[in-house]
Ligand binder design. Structure first.
Ligand code: ARG
Length: 265
């Protein structure tokens, strides 16, 4: 199977932290838009260096979180499950991403229930892991299964700092994941242990730098450079790692994976 991936990204031209919809965001703290752009550009270059294709969607003024392309949809088998945001501040991103896909010939399903795309819905081998508790509504999991035609496993998130599934769990390849157990309810922890007995268990320190918000092509994992313990564990498990500094985007609660939407043919 080819390791080459197609990713959709959105340049953080209008990046800012002007509202607070997760505990990472502090609208009173300074942020550096130019630094956010250069960190994002470095991430894009890392993907290009790995031989992946990176498509771009035009950033829209007034949508400072649009850089977080992972929240723009969930694409499996060329079918696009559109998104519906919990928060009004991000609502206008949904039609922008849906249009991007429609203009390129993709079928887009308009969701009836709140779901924030790959922030909460991750393909792991043949199943979809779906988070709920903060953003994506539990009711959307049935809708996701119906439209994307893959079994959906519901996972209950319990820590507001890990408000999206992709902040607490990373799919490494068809069989393996890395995750922070404490971010999940006891029942969901048990489900993860059953499904992924050889998972890599992250430490709270790894998670606190959004180390789990990583992008894997099955061979190389691109992750926050501050997540040194997790990177060492990944290398010990046979993965290559590329560290990137996303400290500026982290002020909005996002890391490499948040900036990346995988377009699966
Ligand atoms: N500020 C954004 C929000 O709270 C960050 C989104 C991060 N994206 C992600 N896939 N976790 O919605």
């Amino acid at each position: 199977m080819s390791l080459k991936r197609r990713y959709l990204m959105c340049r953080p031209t209008h990046f800012a932290v002007t509202y607070r919809i997760n505990p990472w965001m502090d609208p009173t703290a300074p942020y550096d838009n130019a630094l956010a752009i250069s960190q994002w550009e470095n991430l894009r270059q890392a993907f290009l260096g790995l031989g992946h294709t990176v498509d771009l969607i035009d950033p829209l003024p007034g949508l400072p979180d649009m850089v977080f392309a992972a929240n723009g949809g969930t694409v499996v088998g060329g079918r696009v499950l559109g998104v519906q945001f919990r928060d009004a501040e991000r609502a206008d991103e949904a039609p922008a991403y849906a249009s991007w896909f429609r203009e390129r010939g993709f079928e887009v399903h308009e969701p009836k229930h709140t779901n924030e795309g790959e922030g909460d819905i991750l393909l792991a081998g043949d199943v979809l892991l779906a988070g709920t508790g903060f953003r994506t509504a539990h009711a959307s999991h049935a809708e996701t299964q119906e439209f994307l035609q893959r079994p959906v496993i519901t996972l209950q998130l319990v820590d507001p700092a890990y408000y999206h599934l992709d902040t607490a769990l990373c799919v490494l390849d068809e069989r393996r994941i890395a995750y922070l157990p404490q971010a999940f309810s006891p029942g969901s922890q048990s489900v993860l242990r059953q499904l992924f007995p050889d998972a890599i268990i992250a430490t709270p320190e790894d998670a606190a730098v959004l180390g789990l918000n990583a992008v894997s092509d099955g061979e190389t994992v691109v992750l926050a450079e501050q997540a040194t313990h997790l990177a060492a564990e990944l290398r010990a498990a046979g993965y290559k790692t590329i560290g990137v500094d996303m400290s500026e985007l982290r002020k909005a609660g996002g890391g490499p994976k948040c900036c990346t939407l995988e377009v699966r043919p």
